[in-house]
Design a protein around this ligand. Structure first.
Ligand code: PMV
Length: 309
């Protein structure tokens, strides 16, 4: 029996995506920019089946089923699939498992059905599963251009710099809680779009950070990259907290790690943080400081809570 296996990687947004202008087509309100994390891997195996069978994904089987129906409709495919997924990291806890998950399914279906889709087409296909999956089709620094067309044909992600461009740049992940989140990012972002009074202001400011972030990455200006990422993340979470009902993904230890990062900066160890739809904190740093940061982290966390490349 034909079986294919695909590996993809999670990504962390340095400039965030949070909110859709079109829920059906997964069109974002703004552009976003991410870096892929080669140590957060998803492996997906696809084979044919009598009915759709989804194994190992706990980010919403219904979402995967909807995605498969859409895929069959768009590409006129008459098959059902067995999709088996494994991650080497906790799923649905704000570590972008839906990003690498749907990117793997899109790439896997493309290969299984011999569609020969381009990276642009794959990115658009992955977008129908999860917005952030749009950016996990490729590695390195990736920009998801929000696009302007109503049909979504110009809303896809492309690689800006590959995974070897800035080897010094690294992200340390501090896992605070690996349980599934109590509200999905899909629901939470729509609440923010509908109810946060200053959401439009964030979109406007965040969109303007994209060219600044691109320039900072290009020139390897670590301080500017870190500052822009931290500010964008803080403003996104401020929008969530000012939604109704208020959305809060942070836990006690999230605040502790934020303080930890700020204290390291006072000691002239350059690092910044970013947080997604979960309590876990990602520390942005340069490789030369990584060991120092991890040693300090071990005073307040267990080694099992720390992931890095
Ligand atoms: O793709 P989703 O629905 O899991 O949304 C992801 C949203 C954030 O992770 C919070 C930000 C981002 O740009 O990845």
């Amino acid at each position: 029996m034909k079986k294919i296996t695909i590996q993809t990687y999670a990504n962390i947004a340095l400039i965030k995506y949070w909110g859709k202008r079109d829920k059906k087509l997964f069109l974002p309100t703004k552009s976003s920019l991410s870096i892929s994390l080669p140590y957060l891997k998803t492996s997906t195996t696809i084979s044919e089946s009598n009915t759709d069978k989804i194994v190992g994904i706990n980010t919403g089987i219904q979402n995967v089923k909807k995605f498969l129906n859409l895929f069959r409709k768009i590409y006129q495919i008459k098959k059902n699939f067995k999709i088996e997924t494994t991650n080497n990291f906790p799923t649905a806890a704000g570590l972008a498992s839906s990003a690498s998950g749907f990117a793997a399914i899109a790439k896997g279906l493309n290969k299984f059905c011999n569609l020969n889709l381009s990276n642009k087409e794959l990115s658009i296909l992955a977008r129908y599963g999860s917005g952030s999956a749009t950016r996990s089709i490729q590695q390195g620094f990736v920009l998801w251009n929000k696009g302007d067309y109503n049909d979504g044909s110009d809303s896809y992600a492309f690689q800006i710099f590959d995974q070897n461009f800035w080897p010094e740049f690294c992200i340390i992940i501090v896992i605070i809680n690996s349980d599934q989140k109590n509200i999905s990012s899909r629901q939470a972002m729509q609440i923010t779009v509908n109810t946060c009074s200053f959401y439009k202001n964030w979109i406007h400011k965040s969109e303007k950070r994209i060219p600044k972030m691109l320039q900072a990455i290009k020139t390897k200006d670590f301080t500017t990259v870190g500052k822009l990422a931290e500010l964008d993340c803080l403003q996104m979470h401020k929008c969530m907290k000012n939604s109704f009902p208020a959305i809060n993904y942070w836990q006690k230890q999230t605040l502790q790690i934020i303080d930890f990062v700020k204290n390291l900066r006072k000691q002239k160890i350059h690092c910044y943080f970013t947080i997604d739809a979960g309590p876990n904190v990602k520390i942005i740093c340069l490789k030369k400081d990584r060991a120092k940061i991890i040693n300090n982290l071990l005073n307040i966390c267990n080694s099992s809570q720390i992931m890095f490349n």
